[in-house]
Structure formats: C-alpha cells, structure tokens
Write a new protein. Structure first.
Length: 461
C-alpha cells in the first residue's frame, strides 16, 4: 500500500470527500482530527444529506430521518475527534418511543426495558412467550466469545429468516407484529424481504434517540468540527465525475473546476441502473404545519404508528408496485420535543407512508398518485387529530420522484444502501455498517478512516 501513496504532499495528505451526509461528514471529522487536509463536496446547500430541513411560514420541516439508532457511535465519533458530545449534541429519547394505534382504536405503547414486558403481558398474554423469545434471540447483547455470541454473529453473516416470517411465527396479535417489524417502516425496508437486523429488539439494543433542532443540527455540528480542524466544505457544488489517479485522483465539478487530492472518498449511493435490493422501498412524506393546535389532541404523542388491517397485504401491494389501499402511517409530532419547530401555539407534523420505488415495470406517476394517497392519509388522520385539515398553515410533500431528483437516490429509494465494495486506494467508497441508516454510515466511516494509510507526523484516527 505504501507505494500507492508515495505522492502524498509533504505537509498533510489531502482527501476530497463526495457527499456531506452523515457518512461523509463522519469520515471528514476523523481525517481532519488526524491531520488530513479535508474538503467535503455536496450538491445541496446545507450539510446533512437526507437529514436536512426546509422552513416554511415558521414551520421547520425535517426532510429526512428524525431518529438516530445506536447513538453511542455518534458520541464516540465526537470523543475520538477531541470533542465533548454532551456539549456539542442535544440528544434525547422519548418514552414511549412509539404508540401503535390499531384501526379499532386500541393503543400499544412501545418503550424500553421491563415496562414493555408488562405491557405485552396485559395486551396479549398468549403472545408473551414468543415476544420474549424474539428478545432473547435478537435483543440481548451476548458476552464476546461465548457460543451464543458466535451464533448471533453467524446469523448476521448467513442468509437468515425474513423478518415478517419470523414475527408471524412468534406472535399472533397484529399490533405486536407491527411492533416487532416497526423499524423496517421508518428505515424504508420491506419486512417481508428484510432480515432480523431490522427488528425492534435489534434496533432497541443499541438505543434510539432524537435531537433537539432536528438531525440537521447534528450534521451542522459535524461540519463545524471539520472546519475548526482546518477542513473545508464546498456546498452547492455539482460533481460530474470522479477522476482517475493519473497522476492524482480528484473530483470534477460542473463548472469545470477540478479538486485534486491524494485520496478520494465517495460517501453517497452509487448512481446505478440496476434494480434496487429486494427489501428496499420508498416513502411518501407529507409535512404540514398547523396553527393554534398546541393544546389540542393531548393523547397524540411524538411518534404514532397507525397500523393497517392487514400488514402482509399492505407489503404485497408495495412489492408489486401498487399504491397501498390501507397504508401504514408514521405520524410524527415534532413540536412535543422541539417547540421551536413551529410558530407559537402551532404544531409541526409529518406523516410517512411506505410506498413502491420507481424501478417497477410500470412505476406510479406521482403527479396522479400523490393526491390520491394524501386523501387516504387525511381520512385516516382525521380520526386521530380531528379537524386538522382546517388548521393547516403550511404544507410540503416528498415523493419517490422528489427523492430521486433532490438526493440523486437510485430509483427514488428512500434509504438506498451505499457501495458494497470499499475499493482500493486512492479512490475509496464508504461501505455502510450492517445496521444501515445514519448509524450504519457513521460505523462505516469509522472503519474507512481506520483503513487509510498513516503518515509520519499524522496521528492515526
């Protein structure tokens, strides 16, 4: 490897990072803290990738994820870069995390710890044994090196049972089934196709938090660390090509400028014409702000899941490229944790609906499908937040077509997997960790930064 990097500059090696999402920012933080000369380039005007926001009439709409799994990965990132995470970050977990509301109005709160066992005992006592078995197999960390730990690791590496199949074998109650498959909803995975790493026990094992100000503020804190360490962010810059290392690799910008570096890291999903992975889906997201509602709907918490009458039928329609007749809805009331996300007395909401991506033989035309789906959503929501439609002050929708155009997301997939191959220097791809999402990007960044070569006088990150 050393021969490949003999042309490193004498002062500090330069790295150009394509993509200012959480993965690109995490790589940039680690390398900047290790003495590299870092430049991060992104076509959006603000850092964060999907974790960006738009403010309309005083309502801040967080366009991407609002929850972060495995927050210790983020805290460790800041610590490793010489930053105090408790000062830089404002992370918090709500309890209950979600409330699942069935079509008949029954509610099931999802929380941490032993409280959840008691909830299941009261809600569906005949399913308690199956529920506990899911947690024993997937939700409890095992002592390293023990047989149970080895088995758990093998399950992650080998083809295993699909999430929905396992859930249906373990429990019969529809709300418990929804609960165990819930992470697949907000991580844009089809529970019929995805593995057990997107089950509720697996996700809760590492923790799950939100951030005051939205996850976009976390991205900005990450960008600030890069700049304080002497790095640079080039935002609003379109990259048209990654240049071969002859003599040095680089990024070609749309205006003709070339950013040369010793190493190039691509931290965004590769542009591809191949079909998405079988478990990848997209999402329809309707953001809306309401006026004079802060004291209304006191029983509606921060995260409410409105389950469908038949989840398997819902997933089948999405897999066939159809608009779901009875969609699953994730209603997020942002103002309960962050009142500043709305004008005084108002609320900021979004509702997320899993929908097909654009790679089906006859993809949905969202100019036609969006109004139809929004009407279905409004009818469902009116039973939860009655009269909300008359109080809407601001509104914004995102469809798979918007995700394709804004984020260059292949086929409009809501959470596309990154490259599966790290590559060989001096051009590297960020390979996401197994958990996927923002946490997977942060984990992948840690592994990539550790794999890059050391230079004399440069601290290993």
């Amino acid at each position: 490897m050393s021969d490949m990097f003999d042309n490193f500059s004498q002062s500090a090696p330069r790295v150009a990072i394509l993509g200012a999402g959480f993965g690109g920012l995490a790589v940039g933080m680690r390398l900047a803290a290790g003495g590299w000369d870092v430049t991060v380039v992104d076509r959006l005007e603000t850092p964060g990738g999907r974790a960006t926001a738009i403010t309309t009439r005083g309502h801040r709409f967080d366009l991407g994820p609002t929850l972060l799994t495995e927050p210790d990965l983020l805290r460790r990132l800041f610590l490793d870069c010489g930053e105090d995470p408790d000062t830089a970050l404002s992370l918090s977990a709500s309890n209950p995390l979600w409330t699942i509301r069935a079509p008949d109005g029954r509610e099931l709160p999802i929380s941490f710890g032993d409280d959840m066992t008691e909830t299941v005992r009261r809600h569906a006592p005949s399913d308690l044994t199956g529920w506990l078995q899911m947690w024993r197999e997937n939700g409890v960390p095992q002592k390293p090196g023990t047989p149970s730990d080895v088995i758990a690791r093998l399950r992650r590496l080998l083809p295993g049972p699909r999430l929905m199949s396992r859930v249906e074998r373990q429990v019969k109650d529809p709300q418990l089934r929804m609960a165990l498959a819930l992470p697949s909803v907000f991580m844009a995975r089809n529970a019929r196709r995805t593995g057990l790493d997107h089950s509720l026990p697996e996700i809760l094992r590492g923790g799950i938090v939100g951030s005051r100000g939205g996850l976009g503020t976390v991205a900005q804190k990450m960008a600030d660390v890069i700049v304080r360490r002497g790095g640079m962010l080039r935002l609003g810059c379109e990259v048209t090509a990654v240049l071969d290392p002859s003599p040095r690799p680089g990024l070609q910008l749309a205006d003709g400028e070339v950013i040369r570096a010793d190493v190039v890291v691509t931290a965004c999903p590769p542009v591809t014409t191949s079909r998405p992975q079988p478990d990848e889906t997209s999402a329809f997201i309707w953001h809306f702000g309401t006026r004079d509602t802060a004291r209304l709907w006191p029983d509606v918490g921060q995260h409410t899941i409105l389950s469908s009458r038949d989840m398997r039928a819902n997933l089948n329609q999405i897999e066939r490229g159809q608009l779901p007749d009875d969609p699953v809805l994730h209603l997020h009331r942002a103002t309960l944790a962050d009142p500043a996300s709305a004008p005084s007395g108002g609320d900021t909401f979004y509702v997320l609906v899993p929908v097909p991506h654009l790679a089906h033989r006859t993809p949905l035309r969202w100019s036609d499908a969006a109004p139809v789906l929004r009407n279905r959503v409004m009818a469902r929501l009116d039973g939860v937040i009655p009269g909300f439609a008359d109080r809407i002050a601001a509104s914004l929708t995102m469809t798979p077509e918007d995700m394709r155009d804004r984020y260059l997301s292949p086929h409009g997939v809501a959470a596309p997997r990154g490259s599966r191959v790290r590559g060989h220097g001096p051009i590297y791809n960020l390979v996401s960790g197994v958990s996927g999402g923002l946490a997977g990007a942060i984990a992948g960044a840690e592994a990539l930064a550790a794999a890059l070569p050391r230079r004399v006088g440069v601290e290993q990150v």
